[in-house]
Structure formats: C-alpha cells, structure tokens
Design a protein around this ligand. Structure first.
Ligand SMILES: Nc1ncnc2c1ncn2[C@@H]1O[C@H](COP(=O)(O)OP(=O)(O)OP(=O)(O)O)[C@@H](O)[C@H]1O
Length: 357
C-alpha cells in the first residue's frame, strides 16, 4: 500500500459526529517499513473521541495485512462559520450556537449549561449567554456569584465559571421587571447584552434562548448572528409540533438547524447500566424525522443531572465519568461536528480606514 492508497482508506472512514467521511480532514498518511503515520485535523473539538478515532484508523490500515504499526496524530482547528444574511459576527466570538425549545420546562437551560461545559471539555473555548428573560437559570446552574464588572468604556466583562465565560440577563437586570417587558424592550435589552459583553477568543458562544417561538425569539434569531441552532425537546408525541415550530422559526430567518436533542428520554439503571426509553422506543427519531432535522442524541432522565446542575456544578464537570456526562460529551461533539459541515464565513473584512488631516 502506498501513501495515497492509505490516505484514501482513512479518508473514507465515516465520522459519526459530522455524518460524513473524514475526507480532507486527513492531512497526510506516510507508510514506510510496514509502519504508518497518520495526521488528522478535524474542524471541531473531539478530545473524548481522539483515541477511538485512532483505533478506527489503525484497524482500517492494518486490515489489509500490509501494515503492522500505526501512529495517529489528531488535532483540530475550529473555523468561523457563516451567519444569516448581512449580520456581522460578534467580536471575540467565532460561532454562536443557539439553544431553543418550543416550550418551557423541557430542560433547555440544563442542556445549554452542560453542552457548553462538554464543548469545553472536548477542547474548545466556550461562553454561555443566558437570554432567557422568563427564567434566567444560568447564574444558579453555573454557580455565579456577585455581579459583573464593567470596563471604562462601559463594556461588560463576562463572568467566569468552570472555565466558561458567562453572561446572564439575570445578573444585569431585575428579572421580576424583565418578565413583564414587552417584546421590543426585551429584544433590545438582550441584543445590548450580546453586543456589549467583552467576549474573549471564544470558539463557541452557547445562547440559552427564552422558551417558545414567539416574537422575542424570532427577533433574536434574526438579529443575533447565529451559526447554528439546536432545539431541545422531550420525546412525547405531542412535542412534534413544538419542534416543528422551532425549526420553522429558524428556517424563516435562514439559521441552519443542527438537530434535535431529546432530553429526559431514557432511564439508565444505576445497577446494571441498562437503558430503557421512558416514553416508548423511537420517539426522538420520529420527532426528528417528522421535523426534518437530524437527531443529535438522547439524554437520560437522571436525578443526578438535575441535582448537580441545580447545585451550580453541572454533571459534566461534577461527575465526568457518569453515563449522562459521557452522553453530553457525545452530543456536544455531534453539535460541533454538524456545525463544522456548514459553510464557512467568507466575508472579507474591510480594513478600518483612519482619516487624518
Ligand atoms: N435529564 C434530566 N434529568 C433529570 N432532571 C432534569 C433533566 N433535565 C432537566 N432536568 C430538571 O428539569 C427542570 C427543568 O429544567 P430546565 O430549567 O433546564 O428547563 P428549561 O427548559 O430551561 O425551562 P425554562 O426555559 O422554562 O426555564 C430542572 O429542575 C432540571 O434540573
């Protein structure tokens, strides 16, 4: 087997996170004296998948009997993806991922917090923006203390929690007041929070949107430069319409929907690890299919998920080896993997011209 043949073998390996072959991610394969060295660069973070990928590559190259030893080098470089028409990306943020739900109480905030932490654990620099004016839960879920600081020129410094940069409408305004804001007031305040926060070097900014698909959500989806959206749902049949509405909202403003995350969907037995669907098998698959978007994964109904998140240290950091934490990591890789297949930002930024006299 020569280098080129080796490279095509590896490039054909299906990447479960993107749903596509590794393709151009394979930068090089060098085969000499029955030894192969493989260099792979992914466009999304995958610290938790690196070893498994190396195993897949090694098996594929050794299968023909011409190679005995394989070393695989995997790294990633996260590009900036295109956003909906005409909007400028947010300073300090490569990609915004919006987390939405058709209705409240499905675990959108729990998923946002754990998704952000899981993306960070996979190797990305991540921020969370809590735009849920009806119930900003990120300060509690991420254990924020005190208020934010501002700079001399009135920019807001993000708060820090578990390695994330975080800002929440809950630490900026009196939320009892915010609850009764009319649409334009809410969207203006939320937009201001997005643009005035001084984010630093983020690969992903996860935005926890207010639940529902009304005017506020639609306006936010229209005005915030979003690279991709995910919707969170529970797997009952009645949820199909909620997911459809959320997908329709993003379609309307031309934001790609990366898929559906099905929360509180299964029960994992704490003794034997057996996983059972709570509301019957295949609910999430069906919802995703009927809504026309990929299913990004199922999360178990697990008291430890609620307990750890409500205490301010979500399960992904509190118990990284817990099956639910591992599931969050898989889902995070899929979210980032699907995003990596979207088009890249191509806008050539015009240099700022300073006119002096
Ligand atoms: N997978 C899970 N297992 C167990 N409990 C969960 C799970 N996901 C969420 N919960 C719990 O369900 C409740 C609702 O979750 P959360 O606040 O995240 O929902 P939400 O969709 O953001 O609601 P809203 O948008 O109305 O604020 C919380 O008490 C949370 O701890």
């Amino acid at each position: 087997m020569n280098n080129e043949e080796g490279k095509s073998l590896v490039a054909a390996i299906e990447d479960p996170n993107t749903g596509r072959p590794l393709g151009d991610g394979v930068r090089g394969v060098v085969i000499r004296d029955r030894r192969a060295a493989v260099d792979i660069r992914l466009s999304y973070p995958a610290a938790g998948w690196k070893d498994e990928l190396a195993g897949l590559v090694s098996d594929r190259l050794r299968a023909g009997g011409e190679v005995d030893e394989v070393t695989v080098d995997v790294d990633w470089q996260i590009p900036q993806h295109a956003v909906q028409g005409g909007l400028d990306p947010i300073e300090g943020v490569r990609n915004v991922i919006a987390v939405a739900s058709g209705k409240g109480g499905v675990g959108k905030s729990t998923v946002s917090a754990n998704l952000a932490l899981a993306l960070a654990a996979e190797g990305a620099t991540v921020g969370v923006l809590d735009a849920d004016i009806y119930g900003p839960s990120q300060p509690r879920m991420l254990g924020l203390e005190g208020g934010p600081k501002t700079t001399d020129n009135r920019r807001i410094l993000p708060m820090r929690a578990h390695g994330l940069q975080v800002m929440s409408i809950g630490v900026l305004v009196d939320t009892d007041q915010a609850m009764i804001w009319r649409g334009p007031m809410a969207t203006q305040a939320l937009q201001q929070m997005v643009s005035e926060t001084l984010w630093e070097g983020l690969d992903y900014l996860v935005i926890d949107l207010p639940p529902g698909t009304g005017d506020i959500q639609l306006t936010l989806a229209q005005r915030i430069p979003v690279a991709g959206a995910v919707t969170v749902t529970t797997p009952q049949q009645v949820a199909v319409d909620d997911v459809r509405r959320a997908v329709a909202m993003f379609n309307k403003v031309k934001v790609p929907v990366l898929g559906v995350i099905e929360n509180m969907s299964t029960h994992i037995c704490s003794n034997c690890g057996h996983e059972d669907p709570v509301f019957g098998r295949g609910g999430g698959e069906r919802i995703a299919r009927e809504a026309g978007v990929p299913n990004l994964g199922q999360l178990p109904l697990e008291s430890e998920v609620g307990r750890t998140t409500d205490r301010g240290t979500p399960i992904v950091v509190a118990e990284p080896d817990h099956p639910a934490a591992i599931r969050f990591r898989e889902i995070a890789r899929r979210v980032a993997g699907r995003l990596s297949t979207q088009s890249r930002e191509s806008k050539v930024r015009m240099p700022k011209i300073r006119i002096t006299d």
